[in-house]
Design a protein around this ligand. Structure first.
Ligand code: ZN
Length: 283
């Protein structure tokens, strides 16, 4: 199995997006003036395994419009076809795409892909709801033309600490797990590497590893309690299985993938500390 980090440009996000104020200002602040971050990457992922080339998400395109809390920095030369060519792969060889969730910077690159596109049934239902249509209209974020992914259900039982899963590869080494929070139908994709280590392609479950350690629900999710519970589940999974945790917008995700850096969860009697461990010889 070989996993590649693909980069389809960058995005700057508002500080209140990364560090939301709890309570009523959590979502309100997104629409008020405020400082923006440095550019962070818009990653998606290619997985070569058992003769199949899969993508997890498809990145953003140059046509994307800014929203009040995110400024896109994507050129046509950075879109999926070039990003995948940079990894030495051919977009024509992609036979399956799995979407973590239906936000533009994860699905807009679908315009470049032929082949099967999968999405969690619950995420597709929300994406087609009147409220989502309204928000896409207000924010001028249309779904990509021809958006018609095939829904799947997380009916495969538990996987590690995750109560709901769905196997994607025939051998069970690529698995979608339910990670509600950022959106209620959000999934992450866990790849069991040849070494047995888990690589968790976490979409927008968090923006960074730091946010996971801090157990900080984000500013856009519908229910911070659901989000917080999922973050606890991820940490429980990391405590059981060596796991490389890779959110789509973490500036350090690509380096963590290259280094095989796992999340380490220390448990003590009255508190839990988390730290990043780099394997010997990797820097
Ligand atoms: Zn998102």
């Amino acid at each position: 199995m070989k996993i590649h980090a693909l980069t389809t440009g960058a995005v700057r996000v508002k500080h209140s997006f990364l560090f939301p104020t709890p309570g009523v200002r959590r979502q309100l602040d997104l629409f008020l003036p405020g400082p923006f971050s440095d550019p962070v990457p818009i990653h998606c992922w290619a997985i070569e395994h058992a003769g199949v080339l899969r993508l997890v998400d498809t990145g953003e395109t140059a046509a994307a419009r800014d929203v009040p809390f995110a400024r896109m920095e994507v050129t046509e030369e950075q879109e999926l076809p070039a990003a995948i060519a940079d990894a030495g792969l051919d977009i024509a060889d992609v036979s399956e795409v799995v979407l973590t969730h239906a936000h533009g910077d994860h699905i807009d690159g679908l315009v470049h892909v032929r082949g099967r596109v999968l999405i969690n049934d619950a995420e597709l239902r929300v994406a087609r709801s009147p409220m989502s249509r309204l928000m896409r209209g207000v924010l001028r974020q249309p779904l990509p033309p021809g958006f018609a992914p095939e829904p799947f259900v997380l009916d495969g039982g538990p996987f590690g600490a995750f109560p709901r899963s769905r196997t994607l590869s025939d051998d069970g080494r690529i698995v979608a797990v339910g990670t509600p929070g950022h959106t209620l139908g959000h999934v992450s994709v866990i790849c069991v590497e040849d070494s047995g280590r888990h690589v968790m392609l976490a979409g927008d479950l968090t923006d960074s590893l730091e946010q996971l350690h801090a157990r900080r629900a984000d500013a856009v999710g519908p229910d911070p309690e659901v989000h917080g519970a999922t973050l606890e589940t991820v940490l429980a999974h990391c405590a059981r299985h060596p796991t490389v945790y890779l959110p789509s917008h973490d500036p350090v995700s690509a380096a963590r993938l290259a280094a095989g850096a796992i999340v380490e969860v220390h448990r003590t009697s009255d508190r839990e500390d988390t730290a990043l461990r780099m394997p010997a010889g990797s820097r």
